[in-house]
Design a protein. Sequence first.
Length: 207
Amino acid sequence: MTVKRKPPRRQPPAIRPSPDLLGSVGAELRRLRLGQGLSLQQVASRAGLSVGFVSQAERGLSPISIKALQDLGATLGKPIGWFFRDGSAEASGDEGDVVVRHQNRKRLEHPGLGITDYLLSPSLDGQLEVLLCEFAPGASSGEQPYTHAGEECGVVLQGRFELWVGERHFLLRQGDSFAFPSTTPHRYRNPGRSRALVVWAITPPSF
């Protein structure tokens, strides 16, 4: 009798860092550090990271998890939102405080993680931050959960989405939504083989 074996389960492709992207974020981290007269050792110690990791991050040689970028930003006095890039066109002066045109969206590409955040709200100056988050196959916020002040909620527009909140684990699909206090340790990833899209709202803005 021949026993048929199940074919091995395909794993989502690994996310590979973009040298240009890593370099842009790393260069900004280095600029902020030097501007404040801080050494690599001082920044690493205050952020709870190794000197080697901070050095590699600045040189664009290592992916930076969302928690690590959050810790580095906090150490340098900047929220993650500081790293948003301007859109490709200028917003019209009579609507830019209310409307965000598609081509004007600011974006934040998380180095080496396969995550791109597009800012849907006009700015981060108010009490609400709304993002369109795009996750490549296998993209993840990192293995280490993170926290911040406030609350957040979201809805999955496309694909599958894994969410860990505290000790709880959830698998969400298109149309599913979620909400939780941001003070609870959380992390997330796209376990699928195609991209996932999530609209995410946070109050007050943490990025």
